[in-house]
Design a protein around this ligand. Structure first.
Ligand code: E4P
Length: 225
């Protein structure tokens, strides 16, 4: 299972990369805006800095919604670095753009997926990744993890190579549930990945081990030479 971080914040990306478990990064226009990154040159430089911070898989989203413009923008983003995966929204022109870009060997992540039918279309068009937004589905009382399970099942039926990238993950249980139903990738904020580290019994157990070790060392008889 791959772990991606869902942010455009370089510090979070580098800290998570430093753990040694990071497989990629997903961004979107909202996340770029949150970091104050605007203007074509700044955007490209920021994507390059992200690419230089990780091993592979940096999703960079197009802003256009017209087929020809999406293709041009996708080709231009792909030239920034071999690690770029072009993110294309699930709209009619987007499906055509996915087919066109993937035929050229450019990896595509189809975003804003909310149904199994959309995921099927994206796979048919040749997307490398498909991003169902599970948190946004849960927000409207619809089972996001059930959608991941359904897409995994459909892709397995037909041996699609498109990877299921569970997105819009809000908490550690989302991540665990996605692992249980066979998502290929999860993308989540740093706090969700770091949240996997925590258990009070781990902290308590470690404190006890260290206390016992120190006590034994203090009371041990000196070793005679
Ligand atoms: C990932 O590709 C998406 O852009 C992201 O996970 C959306 O998450 P949100 O619903 O928390 O904005």
């Amino acid at each position: 299972m791959k772990f991606f971080i869902d942010t455009a914040n370089l510090q979070d990306i580098r800290e998570t990369q430093d753990l040694g478990i990071l497989d990629g990064v997903t961004t979107n226009p909202s996340l770029m805006a949150k970091e104050g990154i605007t203007g074509d040159e700044n955007v490209r430089a920021h994507y390059k800095a992200i690419c230089d911070s990780v091993d592979d898989n940096v999703s960079a989203e197009v802003i256009s919604t017209d087929f020809n413009e999406m293709v041009l923008e996708g080709e231009s983003l792909a030239k920034i670095d071999d690690k770029i995966v072009v993110k294309i929204p699930m709209i009619k022109d987007g499906v055509k753009a996915i087919k066109h870009l993937s035929n050229q060997g450019i990896r595509v992540n189809c975003t804003l997926i909310f149904t199994a039918g959309q995921a099927l279309l994206a796979a048919k068009a040749g997307a490398s990744y498909v991003s169902p937004f599970i948190g946004r589905l849960d927000d409207i009382s619809t089972d996001g993890v059930a959608l991941i399970q359904q897409i995994v099942h459909i892709y397995n039926n037909y041996e699609f190579t498109t990877e299921v990238l569970a997105a819009s993950i809000r908490h550690t249980m989302h991540l665990i549930q996605c692992a249980e139903v066979g998502a290929d990738v999860v993308t989540c904020p740093a706090k969700v990945i770091m949240g996997l580290l925590n258990h009070p019994l781990t902290d308590k157990g470690l404190a006890q081990f260290l206390a016992d070790h120190n006590k034994a060392r203090e009371t041990a008889a000196p070793v005679l030479s």
